[in-house]
Design a protein around this ligand. Structure first.
Ligand code: SF4
Length: 137
């Protein structure tokens, strides 16, 4: 999906609320980097995820239109939480455990990254995620 015109683009909170009402997961978009790690690891990604334009900052910088993952068809989710494990920043969480302190969650997950056995630094810096990061931001 393209980024589109800024004036017609919803704020990230609209997508957050929609997932909160309909999905088993929520994304605290201001600490989502947009590398699509969640979509890459989801076994049913095509049936669940879309990448949509929304107005959001990147880790507190520059509020503007960016592309971010959104669960368009949450009814197809199997609640395996592989995507939650693969999220490098902690932005993606089960709906019953939402992010309460974004700065702390981001710091904690960034520090944890080099020690993660699976989905650690090597995974995050893979070429496909770097390309998505560039395109989506
Ligand atoms: S919980 Fe599992 S099935 Fe649901 S979106 Fe995440 S990876 Fe996909």
């Amino acid at each position: 999906m393209e980024k589109g015109k800024p004036e017609n683009t919803p704020d990230w909170k609209e997508y957050y609320e929609r997932m909160k009402e309909t999905a088993p997961l929520v994304i605290h978009y201001p600490i989502c980097g947009g590398g699509e790690e969640c979509i890459f690891v989801c076994p049913f990604s095509d049936k669940i995820w879309e990448v949509v334009p929304m107005k959001v900052s990147l880790f507190g910088f520059k509020y503007k239109v960016r592309l971010r993952p959104f669960m368009a068809n949450p009814e197809n989710c199997k609640k395996c939480y592989i995507c939650v494990q693969a999220c490098p920043t902690g932005a993606l969480r089960p709906v019953e455990k939402p992010v309460r302190h974004p700065a702390l969650v981001l710091l904690y997950n960034t520090l944890k990254l080099p020690f993660k056995k699976k989905y650690g630094v090597k995974f995050v810096f893979r070429k496909e995620h770097a390309e998505k990061f560039k395109k989506n931001n």
